[in-house]
Design a binder for this molecule. Sequence first.
Ligand SMILES: Cc1cc2nc3c(=O)[nH]c(=O)nc-3n(C[C@H](O)[C@H](O)[C@H](O)COP(=O)(O)OP(=O)(O)OC[C@H]3O[C@@H](n4cnc5c(N)ncnc54)[C@H](O)[C@@H]3O)c2cc1C
Length: 307
Amino acid sequence: MPRFEYLEPHTLRQAVSMLQQHGSHARIVAGSTDFLVRWRTGVWKPQYVVNLQHVPGLDRLSYSPRNGLRLGALVRVRALETSPVVRQRYPALAAAAASFAGVQVRNLATVGGNVCNASPAGDTLPSLLAFDAQCRIVGPQGERWLPLEQFFLGPGRTALQPAEILAELRLPPPLPNTGSLYIKHSPRGAMDISYVGVASVVSLQDRGRVCRDAKIALGAVAPTPIRAASAEAMLRGQTITPELLKRVAAEAQRLARPIDDVRATGAYRKDIVAVLTQRTLERAIEMARGAEMPFEVQRRLAVQAAF
Ligand SMILES: Cc1cc2nc3c(=O)[nH]c(=O)nc-3n(C[C@H](O)[C@H](O)[C@H](O)COP(=O)(O)OP(=O)(O)OC[C@H]3O[C@@H](n4cnc5c(N)ncnc54)[C@H](O)[C@@H]3O)c2cc1C
């Protein structure tokens, strides 16, 4: 197997300067779950590996009603799944984490690694997009903020410039009377990557009859995870009816641009987008209206192996 020199920065500044020094010969790792697969198969052959694990504070998860959720890039997927505040206020994100691989991988995999790996099928990505996540990026020029929606440029390609590191994600506090859910379709359950993943976040007003705001994000149906903006717009300010939800789901299906691959045809994926959009919206609306949805129920709903 290709050899590399292992580097262990203790601050983000040190990590940035290591990346500057070694340029394209260096690669950052966090949980290494994507890295190890590609290194072993010789796809990635870095001469230097910069491990972020010893930078203090990068694994911090905190919430305040004013600022919302702050997730350090090294927050584990398992921490998203088990955090009471994520389960309560950002259920689509907790459900996405619960739909993600097996518990051993969830214990290693980080949210920052999932984002920077930029797979169109990354399971946390639709929920993060639907909650309007912002990225704090640290690099040679200091710090900058970027909406997550602008972070993904294509499969495996991100807006990170040379020597830049994703330090943190921030999700604004949800509006009152908000519900959300993520559903992943994967015939092998959580143990396979998603064939289609949909996250919906709905906020209600007028005693639960009218949609105040809606966010819908789709995974594995385009070169990057995408927001279904025109489908969202059809819901905002409207009285919710079953017919409207059907039309919104059809619009999300129209926006999907999936390819045919070994897992599924594009046509099949498009059909699944409509089904999952409608189901996530219906469940999110129930939750926004105050229906109790224990996490074990959400976990079961989050992975749909068959239709
Ligand atoms: C058996 C198995 C099952 C899996 N199942 C799923 C699944 O169900 N759903 C799913 O979405 N994914 C799955 N994955 C993929 C993987 O676990 C996730 O993408 C994971 O979140 C990656 O996080 P990590 O910390 O391990 O990243 P790493 O492997 O450490 O890094 C991944 C990439 O991101 C870069 N990177 C990491 N952190 C940063 C940072 N802070 N700033 C800049 N760049 C950074 C690295 O350089 C690398 O290019 C699976 C992987 C395996 C091996």
